[in-house]
Design a protein around this ligand. Structure first.
Ligand code: ADP
Length: 390
């Protein structure tokens, strides 16, 4: 009787299997009980990056230690082979030089029969199948969340501790001295305002995020000059107090697709900062410039400027160059994070250029969007080359 399956067919099936394995995004590694490699797909090499080396004499039968240079993974394999447990998992990190990648590894035993079929040593113990997933993003998000909770708690604790301290001092008798009482109540009131600003900023951040998750914020086409004018008006009193002159330059007739209240809030945050970090007598300029693919809103000051090392993190929540000064000025460290979120809600970006001692330029880049009938935006050119809708 001739063979039921021809060698050609077997080889074709093997090629198909290889193709499927090499196209998997997940990493797969099959090992025999002696930690020799039976199979390792391209996904595993990709995920392990610099931690994996292809041996010159081929993969089959090469030992795990030869191929994978990662102590945690080696330890995990040894432990799992010894225990023979099914469904064990662990997260390991891979050093990428400039960065780290986090891999989740699931392990399950490979039965002896399968090993024998693959011509590998069974030696009484099953081998191991490892599945590798990239969990770097999840890991990063968890860190962001953890940092955020820690930061919020810290920010709220300072004013609350202060309020509690002064209330106790008042209860302990200071209330009987009208001068002290008045002073302490003033401090309590300022700290309560501070708590209020932090809550308001946190609420605006979460409102913008929620609206975006629900399918985007409703945008409308509006005059850029009007929004800039409203933002400048809101900051006028503060500017006069600090003897700062606000100058605006917006091309006549320029229109943009925007959420007017949010965009105004972003501009107010930037103008407020520019005033805070400028010397009396200085000028803060608010400009709108039409670029080919976007409208650029700029808030420029000739103030204190920001050291280069702080720039990459300046838009993060609660990031401040000088904590004490920011608190004194009533800052929450959330202003620029709000600006960034508002820019992103417009499918745009917020950027900064700054030179210590020379000043800063904060920009909101608004992509040119075309409005659809239902008020949702779609990317496209909705205005002429000057950013003007006619
Ligand atoms: P804050 O409430 O502290 O102003 P922001 O998020 O608005 O928080 O700003 C973060 C930090 O960025 C500020 O503490 C300050 O150090 C720096 N910064 C923001 N705008 C300017 C500016 N125009 N000039 C100099 N530094 C600035």
């Amino acid at each position: 009787m001739g063979p039921l399956i021809s060698e050609e067919e077997i080889s074709r099936e093997r090629d198909q299997l290889r193709l499927i394995l090499s196209n998997l995004r997940e990493g797969l590694i099959a090992l025999d009980s002696e930690e020799n490699i039976i199979e390792m797909n391209d996904g595993a090499f990709r995920l392990l990056g610099p931690a994996a080396l292809r041996p010159a004499r081929g993969l089959l039968g090469a030992s795990l230690i030869e191929v994978i240079r990662n102590a945690s993974l080696q330890r995990f394999v040894r432990k799992t082979l010894e225990s023979g447990q099914a469904g064990v998992e662990e997260t390991i990190s891979i050093d990428l030089g400039h960065d780290e990648r986090y891999l989740q590894i699931y392990a399950s035993p490979l039965a002896n029969a399968n090993l024998a079929a693959a011509g590998m040593a069974g030696v009484g113990r099953p081998g191991l199948l490892l599945v590798l997933y990239d969990v770097t993003r999840v890991h990063h998000l968890e860190n962001v969340r953890r940092d955020f909770v820690a930061n919020v708690s810290h920010e709220l604790k300072t004013p609350i501790t202060s309020i509690k301290g002064f209330v106790e001092t008042l209860l302990d008798g200071a209330v009987d001295n009208p001068e002290d009482a008045r002073r302490f109540l003033g401090i309590i009131s300022r700290q309560a305002d501070r708590l209020n600003s932090i809550f308001e900023d946190l609420l605006s951040l979460s409102r913008i995020e929620q609206e975006r998750e629900r399918g985007g914020i409703r945008l409308e086409e509006r005059s850029v000059a009007d929004i800039v004018e409203e933002a400048v008006q809101s900051c006028q009193f503060f500017a006069e107090e600090r003897k700062i002159r606000l100058v605006r330059e917006v091309p006549e007739g320029m229109r943009a697709v925007m959420h007017p209240t949010l965009l105004e809030q972003a501009l107010v945050n930037l103008i407020d900062n520019a005033i805070k970090f400028s010397d009396p007598g200085a000028v803060v300029r608010v400009l709108a410039i039409a670029r080919e693919e976007e409208i650029e809103l700029r808030v420029e000051d000739n103030g204190k400027g920001i050291e280069r090392s702080h720039l990459p993190r300046i838009f993060e929540r609660f990031y401040r160059v000088n904590k004490a000064r920011s608190r004194r000025e009533g800052g929450t460290g959330l202003g620029l994070a709000i600006v960034k979120h508002i820019a992103q809600a417009h499918r745009g970006r917020a950027t900064v250029e700054s030179e210590p001692g020379q000043g800063s330029v904060f920009k909101i880049h608004l992509p040119r969007l075309a409005l659809q009938g239902d008020g949702t935006e779609s990317p496209g050119v909705g205005a002429d080359s000057n950013g003007v809708y006619r």
